[in-house]
Design a binder for this molecule. Structure first.
Ligand code: HEC
Ligand code: HEC
Length: 212
């Protein structure tokens, strides 16, 4: 499928570069990569972790994010298999299905994925590479919240309980952590955290909801 993205780039010679990395290369400073403009949408689906590791080895994530939104599970399965067979992506056969499920859910026609494949068992892992404890410490969340007792703000147990049956719990909490606010629990305002990026907000919302 053609690519419209100006920022998409390909490292056609990634393998050759890797092989040559031991040898001193006088050309290396001539290789300039455009900054990565897209990141994969974080997801608790197992395919997210695999995609994060393996789908940007050869090209930017734009190659994925710029695909038509109507692509079905079958089409994404074909696309992933093509990366494996035609282009030599280092994928195990057992990784094809989780990858296709994640890519379809995140970028394609999610309705083409059987509900059973969307079910995540166990606790929701935080987005890759995000240390929730460090985020809580750095942003002083725990100076106003504890896990089980109300402090300046509600306990995370109470927040999780309040949102237990809310299907929009996660996006709501992401937004409420980012924007702060008042009157949901009392008169004391929660400060805004505009410094947190989408993946950090998701990791924090997952963490709070995980208290239930
Ligand atoms: C070994 C290198 C390699 C890896 C790893 C790789 N790709 Fe690709 N990919 C390519 C090449 C080569 C192209 C074609 C580039 C072009 O035509 O400009 C491509 C193109 C694409 C395209 C554009 C549509 C198309 O078919 O040309 C998509 C979407 C894509 N890759 C998705 C993925 C996904 C998802 C993964 C992870 C499962 C992945 N790629 C991993 C080499 C790779
Ligand atoms: C200065 C104290 C303070 C700090 C720091 C703070 N909070 Fe809060 N937080 C509050 C208060 C007060 C409320 C209740 C606000 C309300 O009533 O609407 C709250 C509410 C919340 C809620 C519930 C939102 C809802 O929709 O019910 C969540 C989740 C939350 N905080 C998470 C965090 C996280 C994560 C951090 C760190 C990034 C953080 N808080 C830092 C005081 C704080």
């Amino acid at each position: 499928m053609p690519l419209a993205g100006r920022s998409a780039y390909i490292l056609a010679c990634a393998v050759a570069l890797g092989a040559a990395s031991g040898a001193a290369s006088t050309n290396s400073r001539d290789i300039k990569l455009p900054p990565e403009t897209a990141v994969l949408t974080a997801s608790p689906l197992p395919g997210y972790q695999i995609a994060a590791q393996k789908c940007s080895i050869c090209h930017s994530v734009d190659y994925i994010t710029l695909q038509p939104p109507a692509m079905s599970l079958k089409q994404w399965t074909g696309e992933v298999a093509k990366m494996q067979h035609a282009y030599g992506a280092p994928l195990d056969d057992s990784e094809i299905k989780p990858l296709a499920v994640y890519l379809t859910a995140a970028y394609g026609d999610a309705t083409s994925v059987p509900a059973a494949d969307m079910t995540v068992t166990g606790t929701v892992p935080a987005a890759a590479g995000i240390d929730v404890q460090a985020l809580l410490d750095k942003n002083a969340c725990l100076s106003c919240h504890t896990r089980d007792k109300p402090l300046v703000g509600p306990s995370y147990d109470d927040v999780a309980a309040k949102y237990r049956n809310d299907p929009k719990a996660e996006p709501t909490l992401e937004e409420n952590i980012r924007a702060g606010g008042t009157n949901r629990w009392g008169q004391v305002p929660m400060p805004a955290f505009p410094n947190l990026n989408a993946q950090e907000l998701k990791a924090l919302a997952d963490f709070v909801l995980g208290q239930r």
